[in-house]
Design a protein around this ligand. Structure first.
Ligand SMILES: *Cc1c(COP(=O)(O)O)cnc(C)c1O
Length: 382
């Protein structure tokens, strides 16, 4: 499909590369850093972001699922590709063929992989897996109670090798919560070591842990058992911090733009859009823009959000439609059809961020970025 409607997202190569370098330096030389590019690189475009990050030296990537992993393998033949949400029946052969590294935490995962290894007469320990421990997130992961039964399946004839033990912190900004999870994680690691299994990595910590350099406990535990620490960094790569504050260390990578379709004047008392929720208090100049909730511009921005036109803020007038919005440009001189409009990004001295949109719509920058739809082409810029 070629796109000719004027709506696009610009992805800055330079900013992505700089964010990666800053985070890499913060993580320190002893830590292995997995660049998390799941969900189409948080909406930024999987293949292009992977190329840029691997040119910067990224040796490992985290994606959502086997499908994304296969797409990534086509771009990066030699990197570690971690499929963060395990695997489903029918995917084990693909995992082996494409040399993927799935996270695993159920006996079903192990059985699927062992059968694939047996079918291919693969030798002992040839399929790397990252064993996920549930230390309090209650999402993915094996509980401490069920761990012994799972470990028993990694016997001498198993084709599987535990390359990493991983866990995920639910409140990385809260040191007590992280310490509580670390205690459970340490118990799990002790069990592995006692069973003679020697993971190469202890994988714990995301963007928040890199930015705030928390949970040194993971590093200590790794040293104690002769493993390296692995960090899995997602959001910060794209220029945002998980705590909702803008970090001076990072630069937003994505700018989202469109153009003015047409302009009109409405008289005082005239309403705008579905439900007539905007009622002009004066004679009002309106600009129509070809972006709507089907593109990922949240309907919660109705009468609340703003965009940048000629370097100034133009508020959204009325409800966001599926494919269009109307903005109030009465205060802005000289707006013309075809003018570039910034939905996320900078124009003149004004800036609109995914975080500001998240604050207005009661969500997080992650969701604002991921919501930008597939019909918005991603264009690489410097
Ligand atoms: C998404 C995800 C990450 C990355 O988190 P960020 O907050 O974006 O850095 C790390 N680990 C797991 C398991 C994830 O699902």
């Amino acid at each position: 499909m070629t796109f000719t409607r004027p709506i696009w997202a610009e992805i800055s190569r330079v900013k992505l590369a700089q964010n990666y370098r800053s985070l890499r330096a913060l993580a320190g030389p002893d830590a292995e850093m997995t660049a998390v590019i799941k969900a189409n690189a948080y909406g930024h475009g999987l293949a292009e972001c992977a190329r840029i990050l691997s040119a910067e030296g990224a040796a490992g990537f985290g994606v959502t699922c086997v499908e994304e992993a296969v797409e990534l393998r086509g771009v990066c033949p030699d990197v570690r590709i971690l499929a963060l949400s395990g695997l489903w029946p029918g995917e084990a052969d693909t995992v082996v063929e494409h040399r993927l590294t799935p996270s695993v935490w159920t006996t079903t995962h192990l059985d699927l992989l062992r059968e694939a290894a047996r079918r291919r007469r693969m030798g002992r320990g040839t399929i790397p897996v990252h064993l996920e421990i549930d230390t309090g997130m209650s999402r993915q992961g094996v509980s401490i109670a069920d761990l012994p039964a799972l470990l028993a399946r990694f016997g001498p004839v198993s084709g599987l090798r535990i390359e990493a033990v991983m866990t995920h912190f639910h409140s990385p900004q809260n040191p007590e919560a992280a310490a509580q999870q670390m205690r459970v994680f340490a118990q799990a690691v002790e069990q592995l070591v006692a069973a003679g299994l020697r993971p190469r990595f202890l994988s714990a910590g995301s963007s928040a842990d890199v930015l705030e350099q928390t949970s040194a406990a993971v590093t200590h535990l790794a040293q104690r058992v002769g493993a390296r620490r692995m960090l899995r960094t997602g959001l910060a790569l794209y220029g945002y911090a998980p705590d909702g504050k803008m970090s001076s260390l990072l630069q937003p990578v994505l700018a989202w733009k469109t153009r003015v379709t047409s302009l009109s004047w409405i008289e005082r008392g005239t309403t705008v859009g579905y439900g007539a929720t905007f009622n002009a208090a004066r004679q009002t100049r309106l600009a129509l823009l070809p972006v709507g909730y089907a593109d990922g511009f949240s309907r919660l921005l109705s009468n609340r959000g703003w965009v940048l036109v000629r370097g100034q803020r133009a508020p959204v007038a009325g409800r966001v439609s599926m494919d269009q919005i109307v903005v109030d440009v009465t205060e802005i001189e000289g707006v013309a059809p075809g003018d570039e409009v910034v939905l996320i990004g900078e124009q003149g001295s004004e800036r609109n961020t995914a975080q500001q949109i998240a604050d207005l719509t009661g969500t997080i920058a992650y969701e604002v970025l991921c919501a930008i739809g597939p019909r918005v082409p991603r264009v690489m810029v410097e």
